[in-house]
Ligand binder design. Structure first.
Ligand code: NDP
Length: 601
């Protein structure tokens, strides 16, 4: 951690006090219940604007080796790694009209990935692709997802514009029946779920939201037919429009500068300001990243993971704001335990945190000319309370005459929506267009949403068993009672800001499990004792980080101010150690979850 301007003790005490007040100002009694899903009467907000009518086809009742639910990076990496293991019939199923997952849906103007492209884009060594920018635009990322899908021949069997509605284990044939909203009921020997974490758009339950008569949409379903332009901007159809945008998270920060350029007037409805750090995007060449050497991308990705996981590392190949702030972000990982008790840790942490936050607040004062607007844009919480964001265009946008920042913190967000616009603090703002940059139902999508029931042995539902006892898995990937089901995602597994790296390790593991089961004519299913042993590993090293989240402003990191859910949810020793553990387990212990099949193949 760097401490450029070590704050004095009384400054630290004043900061903590201020942070407490800001949190109290924002916590709402309704917590996560303040949001509503983009379905039923709000289904319009989740419709696919990018694919014109799904391809006509009849329902399928055939059999595949592996059904992969989700065609984002998790799903296509699973497909690619399965191909490398020689698996033939792999069927990806996705609601979108193509692969890409979150990058299929999020095509809003300005969309970029703020993790360096050379570590974020997976399989660069395998595909020979070298990203063109340090931080890729969404289109480059989506095209890379398609590149992997083509390279590993995942298109012929894929089903797009298709939502899986149920997964049911059939004891007699020892295979899964995959039901979809297109009438399919096909069989799969194995199912890999890669249903994502930022999948289902959510809307604020603002009174009157259904009354608005102007145009409206969610950022993850950008309506270029209305705005004109492309993800690079040029939204000429907004030249005579009063546009309102709700939300200033990682998405809002990227889209607002481009809307500011094109709208007649832009109203930014902010509830909690984000931290917005230096972006410094630039074009890159192969020689910049040493892409002439074999295995360069693998090496760079491992280097990055070690640094952002708080592990010692001599070189910093990526050298960006994430690696510079790793000590602040990985507060809950090994560095936390090395600091001893909470008091010692907190004291050291807060000095570094205050220095970083002071630097970010100063950036606003130096950029935004109107002091009142600058004051409203300043974030008052610890750096890791909310997801950091990065932009060199965001703050300058507020110096434009056609941009108005409307702070909604005192009213817990927008008070009311009317036919003609929105009301904040008794003041009405008339709008032609209202855009929701209000994020996603994090952690409750796909098989964790209840909308996609998974029936295992004896018809038992996965979420029903977890409702009683909490989630039970081995490595987050397999569960007793649900044979041949591999669940990708962060639960009881590892996490990192570079989530595609985590997904790739899971994909390698999933493919190895399936190859081992095929070789042994076996089923993949951990015993309850194996699950218990994994839960004990998770619980044993789990750091007490509840206090940290309890002091944060509300958001999806702390269930809107209510703290983390109970129970061990992540491997406590970090992603690097977790990947070593997985590899060793594959080499030595995979046999412990292979059970004899009884049904003939
Ligand atoms: P977020 O959930 O992060 O942000 C939602 C925004 O909407 C917040 O500013 C929130 O305010 C605001 N909001 C919600 N309800 C109201 C209301 N009633 N009135 C006013 N404001 C309201 O969603 P994003 O789409 O921005 O980002 C989601 C995640 O997607 C990110 O955290 C990140 O993980 C990922 N992402 C990654 C990118 C990348 O470059 N890698 C780019 C974009 C997104 P409040 O904070 O007060 O709740």
């Amino acid at each position: 951690m760097t401490t450029p301007h070590a704050p004095a003790p009384d400054e630290l005490a004043a900061l903590r006090h201020r942070y407490r007040l800001e949190r109290e100002r924002r916590v709402r009694p309704d917590g996560a219940a303040q949001y509503r899903d983009a379905d039923a009467e709000f289904g319009y907000y989740a419709a696919d604007p990018y694919t014109e009518g799904p391809v006509e086809r009849g329902p399928l009742h055939d059999t595949v080796d592996v059904a992969v639910i989700g065609g984002g990076f998790g799903g296509i990496l699973a497909g690619a790694r399965l191909r490398q293991q020689g698996v033939e019939r792999v069927r990806i199923v996705d609601k979108g009209g193509d692969v890409g997952g979150t990058w299929y849906w999020n095509r809003y103007p300005g969309v970029h990935c703020d993790i360096e492209a050379h570590v974020y884009l997976p399989m660069l060594d395998e595909t020979g692709y070298v990203p063109e920018w340090k931080y890729s635009p969404g289109d480059e990322i989506r095209r890379h997802a398609m590149r992997i899908a083509h390279r590993f021949d995942l298109y012929p069997d894929a089903l797009f514009s298709t939502g899986v509605t149920a997964l049911t284990w059939d004891e007699a044939s020892e295979s899964w029946i995959v039901a979809t909203d297109r009438g399919d009921a096909f069989r799969a020997t194995y199912v890999v779920t890669a249903t994502g974490t930022l999948t289902d758009p959510k809307l604020p339950g603002i009174p009157g939201i259904e009354d608005f008569k102007g145009h409206t949409f969610h950022t993850s379903r950008w309506d270029y037919a209305y705005t004109g332009g492309t993800p690079e901007g040029g939204m000429t159809d907004l030249a005579d429009k009063r546009v309102g945008i709700v939300g200033t998270g990682a998405t809002g920060i990227q889209v607002i500068p481009l809307l500011a350029e094109d709208a007649a007037h832009l109203y930014v409805f902010q509830r909690t300001p984000s931290t917005v750090d230096v972006r410094a995007n630039r074009r890159t060449t192969a020689s910049d990243v040493g892409a002439d050497r074999e295995g360069w991308a693998h090496e760079r990705r491992e280097n990055y993971l070690r640094i952002v996981s708080g592990e010692p590392e001599d070189r910093d190949l990526v050298a960006d704001q994430w690696t510079a702030s790793a000590g602040l972000l990985e507060k809950l990982l090994p560095s936390f335990r090395r600091q001893g008790d909470r008091k010692t840790f907190e004291a050291a942490y807060d000095v570094a945190d205050a220095a970083k936050m002071n630097e970010l607040r100063a950036r606003i004062e130096q950029t935004v000319t109107d002091p009142e607007t600058a004051r409203k844009l300043q974030p008052w919480y610890r750096y890791a309370c909310k997801r950091p964001t990065f932009s060199d265009l965001y703050y300058p946008a507020f110096n434009r005459d056609n941009v108005t920042l409307v702070d909604t913190a005192d009213t817990h967000g927008i008070e009311r929506i009317t036919e003609h616009g929105v009301v904040v603090g008794g003041m009405a703002y008339e709008l032609d267009c209202l855009i929701f940059a209000t994020g996603f139902n994090v952690g409750t999508s796909g098989i964790h949403s209840g909308k996609l029931p998974v029936h295992g042995r004896g018809g038992v539902q996965l979420l029903h068993t977890w409702a009683r006892q909490g989630p039970r898995t081995l490595h987050g990937l397999t569960s007793n009672g649900f044979p041949n089901l591999i669940q990708m995602g962060p639960l009881q597994n590892a996490s990192s800001v570079n989530f595609t790296h985590i997904l790739d390790e899971q994909a390698v593991h999933a493919a190895a499990l399936i190859a081992a089961a095929e070789a042994g004519g076996a089923l993949i299913e951990p015993s309850r004792e194996t699950e218990d042993a994994w839960l004990a590993v998770l619980a044993e090293g789990a750091p007490d980080h509840e206090w940290f989240h309890a002091e944060c402003t509300p958001g999806y990191y702390n269930r809107e101010g209510r703290g983390r859910p109970n129970g061990p949810h992540a491997y406590p020793h970090g992603a690097v150690a977790f990947h070593q553990l997985l590899k060793q387990w594959r080499d030595e212990s995979v046999g412990e979850i292979l059970q004899a099949r009884t049904a003939p193949r």
